[in-house]
Design a binder for this molecule. Structure first.
Ligand code: C5P
Ligand code: C5P
Ligand code: ZN
Length: 479
């Protein structure tokens, strides 16, 4: 880690003071009243909720936890029905300060979040790392933010640092050099490594390193996307054959974690040769090696052993309507919930790959604008899956360096939008969270998020005008 400048020191001090103050409030309130945790439903949100639940259990607080996919009036009214003196939001809330304050006015409210805020935080204990000057889409997740509070509650909560890393991986914040972390995330990583809970090493980055047959691990990796290999299991098998790497030992498929250094080198050489034969730049090959995060207390060969697979497992629970399983795993259940979650994981992967095939092969599924691609998932894509599809379409580079917009219709007949930019477009000034924060209310809905990833829900009749303005706003920035 780099030494800090004095202004960085000031920021860290202010963060620590605010964490301590917010933690004392939680501690005091939890002594006399029950606590409600409301957390977001993706991998980061489930990690954040698990961290807060574990921390409150350590305080012997009476706690209820609700997993929510967004904030709107109806959801807040439901939360208001739950008996509690303190409501803690994690990985969600900062974009909805006014409505939260209004509907939960009789409660003490803590928000532990990393999203771009909107509204007046007066009267709310707003613990938002982004507001405190730490970039919430690059260097600190919702789980990380919640972990900082948990650590201020009790120093023993450093054992929750692994969940903060899982959350950050779920939010794709491993965007530092060689898939490392930046800023606050790397400080949290140090807690996990120093506590002997986690190991970081440079290795092949292919997804599913603990659990997948090698050819499937290579084929299912989309970041980086390797034309001719990503999505092509047969070609990956042929490549392994050419590299002289056996795919099985006796009856068991070997995984990336089983390979020797020498075998890994042979695979990389073959991939380089493949890229050269396609006239592709070698820089993607450099991205094949990066930081891998191994959770040392988890059994080898399980998806929980690898931070990225752990995050995907949580994401699948959240997005397949089984968020409770994700929380159970997050707080340490390795029994029935874990078993059930593995089936959900298989179903999630199958659903996602069905959607991706549909996107790639149906000409009517997509519409291209100057700087955007719109996937119209109405009648096809489930409302809880738009974010996952949007992330995958964007990272798979199917449509190049564009803003990806995935839309669908929800069970309550609203239109839901999930948008993703690229790092290059964000550097050029695109801030999807800010755009949707201002456009969605104009069209009768809610919206917000990060510069690189944001979403909105609006009445179905207003989706076209919203998309037209969204597109105009992006074109205006980029032309
Ligand atoms: O609500 P939350 O902050 O946890 O969600 C952020 C979302 O943005 C995640 O679904 C994450 O996968 C996505 N994301 C992305 N590309 C990035 C950064 C985040 O798709 N570069
Ligand atoms: O739903 P999706 O995964 O596309 O959300 C991307 C990001 O935008 C997440 O960080 C999510 O919390 C945020 N978001 C929001 N308000 C919404 C929808 C999404 O802040 N109405
Ligand atoms: Zn998050």
């Amino acid at each position: 880690m780099q030494p800090r400048s004095s202004s960085e020191d000031d920021k860290h001090l202010a963060l620590r003071v605010q964490a301590t103050q917010t933690a004392s409030l939680i501690k005091e309130k939890a002594k006399e009243d029950s606590v409600l945790i409301a957390t977001h439903f993706d991998a980061d949100g489930l990690s954040a909720g698990s961290i807060m639940l574990s921390a409150l259990n350590r305080l012997s607080a009476i706690t209820t936890l609700r997993v929510i996919d967004r904030i709107d009036q109806k959801i807040l009214e439901d939360l208001e029905q739950v008996e509690s003196g303190l409501v803690i939001f994690s990985d969600i809330g900062s974009g909805y300060l006014d409505i939260i304050r209004k509907i939960l006015r009789t409660r003490e409210i803590v928000i532990a979040d990393h999203h771009q805020p909107l509204g007046d935080p007066a009267g709310v204990h707003h613990f938002n790392t982004h507001v405190m000057g730490f970039n919430g889409s690059e260097e600190i997740s919702g789980a990380g933010t919640t972990y900082l509070l948990a650590k201020a509650l009790d120093s023993r909560n450093v054992d929750l640092s692994t969940m903060a890393i899982v959350g950050a991986l779920g939010d794709q914040q491993d965007k530092g050099e060689k898939r490392g972390f930046k800023g606050l995330n790397s400080e949290i990583l140090k807690d996990a490594v120093d506590s002997n809970l986690l190991e970081v090493k440079q290795d092949l980055i292919f997804f599913g390193r603990q659990t997948r047959p090698i050819h499937r691990a290579i084929a299912s990796t989309t970041d980086p996307f390797i034309p001719g290999l990503s999505g092509e299991e047969d070609r990956c098998l042929a490549l392994l054959d050419a590299a002289g790497v056996s795919t099985k030992t006796e009856d068991r498929w070997r995984t990336i974690a089983d390979l020797s250094l020498e075998e890994k080198q042979r695979i990389v050489e073959k991939i380089i040769a493949h890229m050269v034969s396609l006239n592709l730049k070698g820089e993607t090959v450099l991205n094949l090696v990066g930081s891998v995060y191994t959770l040392l207390r988890e059994d080898p060969g399980t998806p929980l052993r690898d931070g990225r697979e752990f995050a995907t497992l949580l994401n699948s629970c959240g997005r397949m309507d089984r968020a409770g399983l994700g929380i159970a795993i997050g707080v340490g259940d390795r029994g029935e919930s874990y078993k059930a979650a593995q089936d959900v994981y298989v179903e999630y992967k199958a659903t996602l790959s069905k959607y991706m095939n549909w996107v790639a092969t149906s000409p009517g599924a997509t519409r291209r604008g100057r700087h955007i691609v719109v996937v119209n998932g109405k009648g096809v894509i489930d409302e809880n899956m738009t974010g996952a599809v949007s992330s995958l379409v964007s990272s798979s580079n199917l449509f190049g360096d564009t803003v990806t917009i995935v839309t669908t219709v929800t069970s309550s007949s609203d239109a839901k939008v999930s948008t993703r930019a690229t790092e290059r477009l964000v550097q050029k000034g695109v801030n999807l969270g800010k755009i949707l924060q201002s456009l969605a209310p104009k069209h009768g809905g809610v919206g917000g998020g990060h510069a690189i990833a944001a979403g909105a829900t609006v009445p179905q009749s207003n989706i076209q005008p919203l998309l037209t303005e969204l597109e105009a706003s992006i074109d205006g920035l980029l032309s």
